[in-house]
Design a protein around this ligand. Structure first.
Ligand code: ADP
Ligand code: MG
Length: 226
């Protein structure tokens, strides 16, 4: 199972007219695959992730997650789908200043009513997987930018998602740290069999991705392998 976008068109109101952010975009990402998405600022990359995340409903086209066509789902069912099957990593990790790295991962799962012991065990396992096993009780200000980004990545994996959506995770990092985060995302995608879409504006990080797609003016095309 996987993520399927078929003929997705998304427009936003723009004065008296509408702006086309996504223009008949089709993309199939199988599990265990990282598809990197590049393109200039304003080309529609974040809109693509918002539609894939089911946070925004497109004007036309279909989004299928794990075989379920999201068009037929109610708001509550969509929220449920996001909670169980979709992991999202934003440009800035938005960590809560007063919580430790482990607690950042635990808070949503606790709200969800899962057993505190299992939630704790899973949070520590994931921090280990992103190389932060020793930093589990540090708070955000005691972590570097790259480490904070990795906490955000581990948090997105707490619900063992099918689909992992990552928006420009390297924008606030220097080149070496950015490359390390992209390599980590690729390794975790292969290990945990997520269908991953990784938006990045830094083309030098693309080596690790399984495939590269380019968005321009809302149109998406897969680039031939380098
Ligand atoms: P990118 O992530 O590639 O920079 P976006 O998907 O954020 O591109 O934006 C694509 C286009 O849609 C841009 O022209 C942007 O200004 C516009 N846009 C994005 N979000 C909104 C919104 N909520 N309302 C109106 N226009 C938007
Ligand atoms: Mg963007």
């Amino acid at each position: 199972m996987s993520l399927h976008l078929t003929d997705v068109t998304l427009t936003y109101p723009d004065g008296d007219t509408r702006l086309t952010a996504l223009d008949r975009v089709s993309l199939h990402v199988p599990r265990g695959n990282v598809t990197a998405v590049v393109g200039p600022s304003g080309s529609g990359k974040s809109s693509l992730l918002a539609v894939a995340a089911t946070l925004v409903t497109p004007d036309a086209g279909t989004v299928t997650v794990d075989g379920a066509d999201t068009a037929g789902l109610s708001r509550a069912e969509l929220a449920e789908l996001r909670r169980h099957r979709i992991g999202i990593v934003f440009q800035q990790p938005h960590l809560l200043p007063s919580l430790t790295a482990a607690e950042q991962l635990q808070v949503m799962a606790r709200i969800d009513g899962r057993s505190p012991r299992r939630v704790r065990g899973r949070s520590l396992e994931l921090l280990d997987a992103v190389g932060l096993g020793e930093q589990a009780h540090r708070r955000p200000h005691q972590l570097s930018g790259g480490q904070r980004q990795r906490v955000g990545l581990a948090r997105a994996l707490m619900n063992d998602p099918t689909v992992l959506l990552v928006d420009e995770p390297t924008s606030a990092l220097d080149h070496a740290r950015g490359a390390a985060v992209v390599d980590l995302i690729t390794r975790l995608t292969h290990e945990r069999a997520t269908a991953t879409v990784l938006v990045t504006h830094d083309r030098t990080h693309l080596g690790a991705a399984d495939r590269v797609a380019e968005v321009r003016d809302g149109r998406l095309r897969l680039l031939p392998p380098a």
